[in-house]
Design a binder for this molecule. Structure first.
Ligand code: 2P0
Length: 353
């Protein structure tokens, strides 16, 4: 039986679209089992391929957006430290988009608290822009439903479109020729999955929490522009998506893991073939991959996926997650290991929460 997926909520008692002027939202990162890698439109953040993810129940991001009509510019802090450079530019550009849609000029004070190691390939931009989209749209009174929020979050960071939803979510690339407004065709939505039967967990092995040498944005661009393996991977990813949806429907964890692992390895192959190559996987990554293989040989369902960094997320059964985490902990030595389950949708917090 399909488990009901929570959707994003609006603050109780307010008419849709009423500007609160001050809103706080929380969102969780997601890990893609079918990856998003490559944009067909950089400005609108439209991907070449559909992707599918599980939102986690760990590492939430909490963001407060407070309008400040007297201010001449936005104030943006992350864990109490003012953002500068490109990260600040991305937040301000996102707020400009919200202001344009709201028809309001007020600058804002944005305070974000992150619990995910920023820049470590653990999708802090997904939880970050999902929380920012949810809080900013309430503060400025955009009155969006969950689909609209997903489209908006996408403009901040592609993967954020999926963190608007809890559980499993698919992000539709949208058709290249989607009518007059291609923005409308690309959004995420929940995928019904028999979660209790599947009993999924992701064991997150942080082998290196430092910032990455090449941003995922730049790495994607280089891969699409120069990798001879990009187009074949994009085509096979569409087939992987169909396979994983069927495996999820059947609650067949081994089939889900097999497809997720091949899709991730294929994505990394496209980067390795880019010119110049982008290699996020480190020797510590390979050590964890060997441990995952060893677990499988010993009869444990464990499958690996890696994003734009050296860290490994191991898909397994919740009932076996402690055992998997123990083996992975041995392998990473010095890194940290976390167990995550399916997490909730992005949501607004009550003003007095
Ligand atoms: C994903 N990643 O599907 C893929 C797999 C990394 C590897 O989404 O440029 O930070 O802001 O849209 O969302 C990371 O890319 O990129 C990502 P932008 P984002 O989770």
């Amino acid at each position: 039986m399909a488990t009901e997926q929570p959707t994003s909520t609006t603050r109780a008692g307010l008419a849709p679209g009423a500007a609160t002027g001050d809103a706080t939202a929380v969102a969780h990162p997601n890990i893609a089992l079918i990856k998003y890698w490559g944009k067909r439109d950089e400005r609108l953040v439209l991907p070449w391929t559909d992707s599918l993810s599980m939102t986690l129940d760990v590492f939430p991001t909490t963001t407060r957006v407070r309008l400040d009509p007297a201010a001449g510019q936005d104030t943006v802090t992350l864990d109490g430290v003012p953002l500068e450079g490109e990260p600040r530019r991305r937040v301000v550009a996102f707020l400009d988009l919200v202001r344009e849609r709201a028809g309001r000029a007020s600058r804002a004070v944005v305070e974000t608290r992150n619990t995910v190691p920023t820049g470590a390939g653990l999708a802090s931009s997904a939880s970050g822009f999902a929380a920012l989209a949810t809080a900013a749209s309430a503060a400025y009174g955009l009155g969006l439903d969950a689909t609209g929020l997903s489209r908006l979050a996408r403009r901040g960071s592609g993967s954020a479109s999926r963190s608007v939803f809890g559980g499993f979510a698919i992000w539709h690339a949208g058709q290249p020729d989607h009518g007059a407004d291609p923005d409308l065709g690309s959004y995420a939505e929940p995928v019904p999955v028999p979660v209790d039967e599947l009993d999924p967990a992701l064991v997150v092995a942080v082998v290196d929490a430092g910032p990455k040498a090449v941003s995922s944005r730049e790495a994607m661009r280089r891969t699409v522009d120069t990798s001879p393996l990009y187009r074949p991977w994009a085509a096979s990813s569409q087939a992987d998506l169909a396979d994983i949806r069927e495996a999820l429907r059947r609650a067949d964890l081994d089939a889900v893991g097999e497809v997720a692992e091949r899709n991730a390895l294929g994505m990394h192959a496209t980067m390795l073939a880019a010119r110049p190559a982008v290699r996020y996987l480190s020797s510590a990554t390979v050590t964890v991959l060997d441990a995952v293989l060893e677990l499988r040989r010993s009869g444990v369902s464990a499958w690996a996926t890696m994003d734009a960094g050296p860290n490994v997320k191991v898909l397994c059964r919740r009932a076996e997650a402690d055992r998997v985490a123990g083996v992975v902990r041995e392998a990473v030595r010095g890194g940290s290991v976390h167990i995550a389950g399916p997490g909730p949708a992005a949501r607004l917090l009550d003003a007095d929460a």
